[in-house]
Each structure stands twice: as structure tokens, then as C-alpha cells.
Ligand binder design. Structure first.
Ligand SMILES: Nc1ncnc2c1ncn2[C@@H]1O[C@H](COP(=O)(O)OP(=O)(O)OP(=O)(O)O)[C@@H](O)[C@H]1O
Length: 356
């Protein structure tokens, strides 16, 4: 069952936290809500959950308007950053909680609860820990219990708010992979909030990038990373080199490099170009018109990549270029050497804040 968010707006006093947001959350997939602090991620998640009402707009679960339905009616499962486990209950009781508090007519039998909890313990790889109390578990284990508890009620949608935010980097990494594997088995429609780009790109099927209460782009991890639609997305998702370009005689100039000007922007005098460090090609000889001359300032290895810090000869601006170790060995770059940086893969935007 897809969830459709239609023209949702939310104000807190005079502050607009969400502005006419439209979004489809596809059934059986993981959707990441990604954005900087204050961009509206949690507000959107809470609207889907039914914890918060929109000022305008509606939310559909499948073909049904759920805008005014309660949290319980929506049947959502939650996991928050800070473990919301009951400290006086052991793991078993925590996981069973949602089943045991159901109205009598819907409540499963004791044996069924036992069976269900055992299944879930197995699924979240916590067999044998059912009698432990939350205080006797690691942070990662507690989050897995929280997830099992959320899944126990077979929710329509699983909502995770920075679920791994409080854990250290290594545990986070393990849990991401684990969540992805778990999802491959269960296919529960999942929405998770994160401000960690890597986490969103690694875990989600669909990434939604929010900025100032609006959606900048929706796409697969590959689409948003490889083909950012806006300047914001370019800058938010990873490192990027920024160049100012001038339109002259129907062509775009970055120093000595020349590019075709996009037709629709032909009147614009200035544009701004973005290119990621791994998209810049380094050559010893100038083999096309899209290259600028640079001097090597610094060479640094980071595991599988070699990062070059290059200085543009004409402007002294610094450019970052990432090479694979193999490429770097082949080129055999030396400090202070003069090289060419080919900017063929650059993407241009209008150089004004409002027009893309
Ligand atoms: N109950 C509230 N009252 C007033 N302002 C609020 C309330 N809830 C959220 N806001 C404001 O709305 C904006 C969006 O908040 P939200 O929590 O959705 O952002 P976020 O993207 O999840 O940020 P973070 O990553 O910091 O949690 C913020 O500027 C926040 O201060």
C-alpha cells in the first residue's frame, strides 16, 4: 500500500516547517527523509504517523484518506533515536507489549504471543536474550529490540526517526547493513529520518531530500547522487568543486575552458558549475577545450583514494580531485607539477539563488 502525502503544509506560529509537500512513499520500499537540521524531516514523519496534524493537505494510505485518523488506526510502528524501551520490562515483555495491549477481541493467545516473539527474536538476531533487561544490553541490541517491538504489531508502515543516531560509527554501520537485510526478508514499507547522507544512500530505495520545509529532489540513491537537480542537492550530497562561469558569444567560459551554453539561459550572463572530485579527469597534456591548467599543491592518500589538491593557475582557487590508487599510480603525479583538469562532467546552474 503506497502512502501519498498531498500538498501538506505545517506552520508553527509564523514559521513554516513544511510548505506544500507532495510525496509518494512506495509500498514495500525503504524511503529516507534526508536533510539538514530543521529542514522538516521529523515534522513530515510525525504527520505520516498521525502524531501531528497538517494545517492543510492530506495523507492517503492506499486509496483512503487517513488525514484525520489516529495513530492507532494508522497502525504504524515507531523506532526513535533514543531507545523508547520500557526499562522495567525484559526483552520478551518489551517485544510482546504491542500485542498484549490490544483490545481483548484482537489479542493473540499466550502461545501465539510466545511464538511471535520468538520469531522476532530470531529475526533481529537476539535469540537467548529474552530475559535480559534494557540496561543489560548494548545500544545496538536495544535498537534491535525496539525494531522487533515495532514489527510485532505487523504495522502498515515502519517509521524510524534517526534510529541509529545515538550509536557509535561502527555499530551504526553494522546496523545499517542489518536493517537492509531485514528489509529484504520482510518488505515492510519503511520511512526513516536521517541527516547522514551516507546512511540514506546506503540503506534506502528512495531518497527524499528536504530543505527549508520543501522537497528538493526525490529519487533512487544513484539518481540523487549522480544527477542532482539543484545546487542544494549537489552541495548537500558529498564534496563538490564550484566554478563561476561567464556566458560570452553563446558559450560558457571558465577561464580558458569552453562549454556549450544551455539555450534557455543564453541571456544569463553568469552561471555556476558543479563537479564532484571524482568526476574531474586529470591529464598531462591539454587534449580538449574543457580543461583548465592547474598546479599540484598536495597529494594525500585516503585508503582506496588519492586526493589531489590543485590550484588553478589563473585564479589561485583550489580544486579537489579524487583518483583511484590505480589512476594515481599511472599518472605518477608530483607536487608542484602543472597538469590539466578536464571539467567535461560539470553541471551548470543559473547563478541566482531562486532560479535553477
Ligand atoms: N512543536 C514545535 N513548535 C515550534 N517549532 C517547531 C516544532 N516542531 C518543529 N519545529 C520547528 O520546525 C522546523 C522543522 O523541525 P523538524 O524537527 O521537522 O526538523 P528536522 O529536519 O527533523 O531537524 P533535526 O534533524 O534537527 O531533527 C525546525 O525549525 C523546528 O524548530
Amino acid at each position: 500500500m503506497d502512502i501519498n502525502v498531498k500538498q501538506i503544509s505545517k506552520n508553527y506560529g509564523s514559521f513554516q516547517a513544511l510548505k506544500e509537500v507532495n510525496l509518494t512513499i512506495p509500498s514495500g520500499k525503504i524511503t529516507a527523509l534526508l536533510g539538514p537540521s530543521g529542514s522538516g524531516k521529523t515534522t513530515l514523519l510525525r504527520m505520516i504517523a498521525g502524531l501531528e496534524m497538517p494545517d492543510s493537505g492530506s495523507i492517503y494510505f492506499g486509496d483512503h484518506d487517513y488525514t484525520t485518523k489516529t495513530v492507532r488506526e494508522r497502525n504504524v510502528g515507531f523506532v526513535f533515536q533514543h531507545y523508547a524501551l520500557f526499562h522495567h520490562m525484559n526483552v520478551f515483555e518489551n517485544i510482546a507489549f504491542g500485542l498484549k495491549v490490544r483490545p481483548r477481541k484482537d489479542r493473540p493467545s499466550k502461545q501465539d504471543v510466545q511464538r511471535k516473539v520468538n520469531e522476532l527474536l530470531h529475526l533481529v538476531q537476539l535469540n537467548g536474550l529474552d530475559r535480559r533487561y534494557p540496561a543489560q544490553l548494548s545500544g545496538g541490541q536495544r535498537q534491535r529490540v525496539a525494531l522487533a517491538r515495532a514489527l510485532a504489531v505487523e504495522p502498515n508502515v515502519l517509521l524510524l526517526d534517526e534510529p541509529f543516531g545515538a550509536l557509535d560509527a561502527k555499530v551504526r554501520q553494522e546496523l545499517r547493513r542489518w536493517l537492509r537485510q531485514l528489509h529484504e526478508q520482510l518488505h515492510v514499507t519503511t520511512v526513516f529520518v536521517t541527516h547522514d547522507q551516507e546512511e540514506a544512500l546506503e540503506v534506502a530505495d528512495q531518497v527524499v531530500i528536504l530543505n527549508n520545509g520543501q522537497i528538493e529532489q526525490v529519487g533512487t540513491p544513484d539518481e540523487v547522487y549522480q544527477h542532482p537537480k539543484t545546487k542544494f542537492v549537489y552541495q548537500f550530497l558529498g564534496r563538490v568543486n564550484v566554478f563561476h562561469a561567464e556566458v560570452n558569444d553563446g558559450r560558457l567560459h571558465i577561464g580558458e575552458a569552453l562549454f556549450a551554453a544551455p539555450d534557455e539561459n543564453i541571456q544569463t550572463k553568469k552561471m555556476i558549475g558543479y563537479i564532484r572530485p571524482h568526476e574531474v579527469r586529470i591529464t598531462r597534456h591539454n587534449d580538449n577545450q574543457k580543461s583548465i591548467q592547474v598546479k599540484v599543491r598536495r597529494i594525500q592518500s585516503y585508503g582506496p583514494i588519492v586526493r589531489l589538491e590543485l590550484e588553478r593557475l589563473k585564479t589561485n582557487d583550489l580544486i579537489e580531485v579524487d583518483l583511484s590508487v590505480e589512476q594515481a599510480n599511472q599518472l605518477n603525479v608530483k607536487n608542484d607539477e602543472i597538469l590539466y583538469a578536464d571539467l567535461e562532467k560539470i553541471k551548470f546552474f543559473s547563478d541566482s539563488p531562486s532560479v535553477e
